[in-house]
Design a protein around this ligand. Structure first.
Ligand code: ADP
Ligand code: MG
Length: 260
């Protein structure tokens, strides 16, 4: 199926975007990492960012939660430009849960402590309450029996599921995943993708940078293809994976060995 204008207008079902990027530019010295990117994300969508390494996908996420700043353009979150002061940026980061390729758990804290620490220290939630919420979240990601394990005593897939529970503990409006399965042994990738699918089915708004094309094909509502700091194509997964409109999308997918 082609992405018809009606498919485009059904997107978001008449809702306002939760996030809008408007002509975003990011430079590192005289290298342009993002060259005027505009994109809308609607509430409840799973949007997958795909594209070659170095195309600007992580830079997009880092600018979204103000870990880094764009040089030009705006990011509008729920109608308001994202803040530029560090103080406001901290507040913004609480609204977005970020899951990184390398988990970034606190090594000297147990799984449950990793999940509790944000709610207790940042949100001021009483310890007992935070603990019982953390337990529920660890159950949700399938780790009820690993709550007292330290990260070193968890597999990569288990660590990443703790990291997802930790992100959820802050009750974010938006979840950002930056290649969450790229550092995992193949046999643990599926357990992480399954948890992400559950979150998608709950209607959470998620931006997922991924090289897992079959996940993107199955779970994404919208797929954005980046190359050299620009969007070369965006559309529903059926378009991107089955009937790409651009040669650059086709060539990227065929390099990955994607054959539909
Ligand atoms: N801190 C930085 N300093 C210099 N160049 C950077 C920095 N971060 C990213 N880049 C460059 O910007 C480009 C986009 O990077 P990135 O967003 O990480 O790509 P992707 O996530 O798509 O692989 C790459 O060429 C990368 O080398
Ligand atoms: Mg990256």
């Amino acid at each position: 199926m082609m992405a018809t204008p009606s498919a485009q207008s059904q997107r978001g079902a008449g809702k306002a975007p939760i996030l809008s990027y408007r002509n975003v530019v990011k430079r590192f010295g005289n290298f342009t990492a993002l060259n005027g990117v505009s994109l809308d994300i609607y509430p409840g969508e799973v949007v997958c960012f795909i594209g070659p390494s170095g195309s600007g996908k992580s830079t997009m996420l880092r600018g979204t939660n103000a870990l880094d700043r764009f040089d030009e353009g705006d990011v509008i979150l729920d109608g308001n430009p994202i803040p530029t002061s560090e103080n406001e940026a901290r507040h913004l980061r609480r609204r977005m849960g970020m899951v990184f390729q390398n988990f970034e758990l606190f090594p000297h804290r147990t799984a449950i402590e990793n999940v509790m620490i944000g709610p207790v220290t940042v949100l001021g939630i009483p310890k007992q309450e935070a603990q019982s919420s953390a337990l529920k979240l660890l159950e949700k990601v399938g780790l009820a029996d690993k709550t007292e394990n330290y990260p070193a005593n968890l597999s990569g897939g288990q660590q990443q599921r703790v990291a997802i529970a930790r992100a959820l503990a802050m009750e974010p409006e938006l979840l950002l995943f930056d290649e969450p399965t790229s550092a995992l042994d193949p046999e643990t990738i599926g357990e992480v993708l399954n948890v992400m699918k559950v979150l998608a089915d709950e209607g959470r708004t998620m931006i997922v940078v991924t090289h897992e094309m079959s996940f993107a094909r199955r779970v994404a509502d919208w797929v954005v293809v980046f190359e050299r700091g620009e969007i070369v194509e965006q559309g529903p997964p059926e378009q991107i994976f089955d009937h790409p409109h651009t040669e650059r999308t086709r060539s990227f997918l065929s390099h990955l060995g994607w054959s539909g």
